[in-house]
Write a protein that binds this ligand. Structure first.
Ligand SMILES: C[S@@+](CC[C@H](N)C(=O)[O-])C[C@H]1O[C@@H](n2cnc3c(N)ncnc32)[C@H](O)[C@@H]1O
Length: 228
């Protein structure tokens, strides 16, 4: 059944969460990269994601040319998961280390966290609004001087509001290139079936990572190759 109550952004009330285990051995190179940049996507800091991400993405590591993540990250939201030493763009910097041939695009509603480096470029978007999302893609395409740019990976780690996650998938999934991935993070366990059903005809579900706690899961959709 559709969720009807109004959801609030996922903000953790406690001053600090001590879920990660910094003494846990690194299972993959990607875990080390997230740890180095203080991104909460590795078990050493918070989420159980990095070994599962490595499994899905490592074979394509050097082929990936364009990676887009919704959610640059703010200190206010992230410090509680990252022991107070979070810096905006932690996951974008980790992805840039991992996908050495890729341009990394970060999107956020909070313009104070947008930044640019040689391979990372951030843009404003409001993922609750399809027009804003479309305008942002148009801005990225203009800035890249490529009106047909598509993304090898789109990852939604933004507001985590169910309605926004669905709207963002329905708006942005057409910008994934054939054979590329669309990932939605921080799914609550009870919502996994909703996201399985969200898949459109041109995608298939290739991974459901069911994590260790209530909102520690993600889903990976893969865009089918165009056979014509
Ligand atoms: C969980 S944080 C992203 C963390 C980052 N990906 C990392 O791992 O380092 C979520 C981000 O989503 C942004 N956000 C919240 N609502 C949004 C919206 N409607 N549109 C776009 N971004 C939004 C917040 O400002 C915040 O920076």
């Amino acid at each position: 059944m559709e969720q009807t109550q109004v959801e609030k952004p996922l903000i953790v009330k406690k001053a600090r969460i001590t879920r990660g285990d910094k003494n846990k051995p690194f299972e993959t190179e990607l875990c080390k990269m997230f740890f180095k940049h203080r991104a909460d996507k590795c078990p050493q800091i918070f989420h159980s994601y990095s070994p599962a991400y490595y499994e899905v993405l490592h074979e394509k590591r050097y082929e990936i040319k364009s990676f887009l993540e919704i959610g640059v990250g703010t200190n206010k939201i992230m410090n509680r998961m990252c022991s107070g030493d979070y810096e905006p763009g932690a996951s974008l910097k980790s992805w840039a280390d991992f996908f050495t041939n890729a341009k990394i695009f970060g999107l956020d509603i909070d313009e104070t966290v947008l930044f640019e480096t040689d391979r990372i470029k951030c843009f404003y978007t409001d993922q609750s609004n399809a027009t804003s999302l479309e305008e942002t893609i148009s801005n990225i395409r203009s800035s890249e001087k490529n009106e047909n740019l598509k993304f090898d990976v789109i990852l939604d780690d933004g507001s985590h509001i169910l309605k926004h996650m669905k709207l963002t998938y329905n708006t942005l999934s057409k910008y994934v290139r054939d054979g590329g991935y669309y990932i939605i993070e921080d799914i609550k366990k009870k919502d996994i079936p909703l996201f399985e059903k969200l898949v459109s005809d041109d995608f298939e579900v290739v991974k459901i990572h069911e994590g260790e706690f209530y909102w520690d899961s993600f889903i990976v959709y893969r865009k089918k190759e165009n056979e014509s």
